[in-house]
Ligand binder design. Sequence first.
Ligand code: NAD
Ligand code: DAU
Length: 350
Amino acid sequence: MKTILITGGAGFIGSHVVRRFVNKYADYKIVNLDVLTYAGNLENLRDIDTKPNYEFVKGDINDSAFINELFEKYQFDGVLHLAAESHVDRSIADPMAFIMTNIVGTVNLLNGARRIWKSGNEGHRFYHISTDEVYGTLGETGLFLETTSYDPHSPYSASKASSDHLVRAYHDTYKLPIVITNCSNNYGPNQFPEKLIPLAIHNISQNKPIPIYGKGENIRDWLYVEDHAAAIDLVFHEGKDGETYNIGGHNEWTNIALIRQLCKTMDKKLGREPGTNEKLITYVKDRAGHDLRYAIDSSKIQRELGWAPSLQFEEGIEKTVDWYLANSEWLENVASGAYEKYYEKQYVTR
Ligand code: NAD
Ligand code: DAU
């Protein structure tokens, strides 16, 4: 039996990864470490939380003494590190939590692994889950490769870039067995409604304005979250030591085209006249330092590990909308009072 630590497992992507590992690997004990910030929600894991190979530990990766004790106690064989502050707009409003969790928290975990694996790295792996935002922004053409220079622009992406460098430094300096992936924008069930797609779904269902930053011309490359979880599973088991793999959907959309598509899908689902939801689109003040375009070249993981996205975007969006409409209680529960205050501060209508 292997004992695997997954950090941030109560969040959006982490909960899909935890579910996949708990259901698929009965011979792994999965320990989900999460401090439960506003973004962490144990409701996301209700269907698997009584399984015998699953354990939840509430704790903060910023607490080095606690992390060292945890590694000593469980003697983890592997780590999948997803815990992070993840929202760009929050990083612009208040960078320090991002510096602490994304940089210092990552180093605490690296140190914890280094302490218990010093007798040998055989069978061990520290997997750091990162983002395409570390590469900065693209113009109208080109794709991010694993060799693209880092050029982050937001406090969030700078903190993730910093953590990527530290993970590689522990590999090169201490021979810690690591692997890193940099993924594009995820969407799907259980995403907190501060991110574009769930925020728009929430607002459309409540007939509230859909805020679009600037002119809506920024481009993102969208991937269904379960396709990301499948890639994570593959890289954890078959990725090469010390390597980086880019993960993306080859699925670029301007924000405005994506929102128009979502409006059409939701007109149908909600039985509204065609064109009704588009009237909710509202242009608001642009994000500071807003990156124009992200697009991933995922040919390395496709070629070397045989991964490919399984869902077309239209299908993925439909599944996502269906999930949010069927789980309106989940959505209302997370859209709590604290979230509303943040929301009012963030959105200044032009
Ligand atoms: P999320 O914000 O939904 O979840 C983050 C989780 O980490 C939450 O459960 C939170 O409680 C937990 N957490 C935060 N600070 C912690 C701390 N100090 N100690 C312990 N737990 C803590 O994030 P997500 O969107 O699921 O992203 C997960 C990871 O994937 C992040 O590292 C992010 O950078 C990366 N990523 C996200 C995307 C995306 O589109 N969402 C794309 C590529 C990479
Ligand atoms: O690229 C991967 C990254 O994708 C992850 O590393 C981040 O954790 C994740 O949050 C996401 O970052 P983005 O900034 O791209 O995602 P977000 O959903 O915040 O915004 C997507 C696009 O939509 C972006 O161009 C900003 C725009 N936007 C966003 C919001 C919240 C709007 O126009 N209006 C909005 O209200």
